[in-house]
Design a protein around this ligand. Structure first.
Ligand code: ADP
Length: 256
């Protein structure tokens, strides 16, 4: 069974960025960004479209190099970052010709595992991700929310202890999105994953996170760090709580 607790030592930083800068032509996509994510923590970066959030994740994943600054993953500042984290995009990017179980176990196949073994190592996870009935279906047979769950499951199976999620619910309708948020909270509680989550939705950031970084448009900097000291486990009623609404109001002010 592939279920494993990803958290090791909660006081340690899984990820640390020190004064990261990245320019495209003459424009800063990211300017002097310093953030950290502790083991087992759920941290969001919230900001308007085009402020550099995806560029930041691409740098953490090792797909883009910063011009200046340091990216430290599990204490390692010098190593190759490719393959140190599991990355999920807004689009699910499932292979349309492969069954869900084969999509989910893709990273195991790429490591050389046979199909039978790869399938049996992921089977038990389908219950946690609520997709037991869809194991042998193709992506086109699933709803948008289910496809995102399958994509997240594949990201998890990839086995890295740092998950980078780039607006995974951005393309979903409001009701599906709310359900997915609740489901993600449950999955995170179960698996104790360390998550860096990108969104432009302030409510979503507060609801899911332990801490929220506010990123501003041009120059793209971290304007504020907010600790979300609301109790867990959380459910949707929290969104009506006065502490929640005043935090939302406070963060909204940062963008107006
Ligand atoms: P966000 O994810 O917050 O929407 P992005 O990180 O995608 O923002 O983009 C930040 C800025 O950097 C945008 O103005 C975008 O056009 C620019 N940008 C991103 N990638 C490139 C690239 N490869 N070449 C040139 N400009 C880029």
């Amino acid at each position: 069974m592939l279920v494993k607790h990803l958290q090791t030592n909660s006081s340690q930083n899984k990820l640390e960025l020190k004064k990261i800068n990245k320019r495209f032509d003459d424009t800063y996509a990211v300017h002097d960004v310093s953030i950290h994510v502790k083991n087992g923590e759920f941290v969001s970066i919230v900001g308007p479209s085009g402020c550099g959030k995806s560029t930041l994740l691409n740098m953490i994943a090792g797909l883009v190099e910063p011009d200046k600054g340091e990216i430290i993953i599990e204490g390692d500042a010098d190593g190759n970052r490719l393959g140190k984290s599991s990355y999920m995009y807004q689009k699910d990017l499932l292979l349309p010709w492969a069954k869900i179980i084969d999509n989910v176990s893709l990273s195991l196949r790429l490591k050389g595992m046979g199909r039978k073994e790869a399938r049996s190592s992921v089977k038990d996870l389908f219950e946690i991700f609520g997709l037991e009935a869809f194991m042998y279906k193709y992506p086109f047979q699933l709803s948008g929310g289910m496809r995102q769950r399958a994509a997240l499951m594949r990201t998890y199976v990839d086995g890295k202890s740092l998950l980078l999620l780039d607006e995974p619910f951005g393309g979903l309708d409001a009701i599906t999105k709310a359900k997915m948020q609740d489901w993600l909270l449950e999955v995170q509680r179960e698996l104790r994953a360390t998550i860096l989550f990108i969104t432009h939705d302030i409510e979503e950031a507060i609801y899911l996170s332990d801490r929220v970084y506010v990123m501003t448009d041009r120059p793209s900097e971290i304007k504020e760090e907010v600790v979300v000291d609301l109790p867990r486990p959380r459910n949707r009623h929290l969104k009506k709580d006065e502490r929640f609404t005043s935090m939302k109001e406070y963060l909204m002010e940062k963008f107006l």
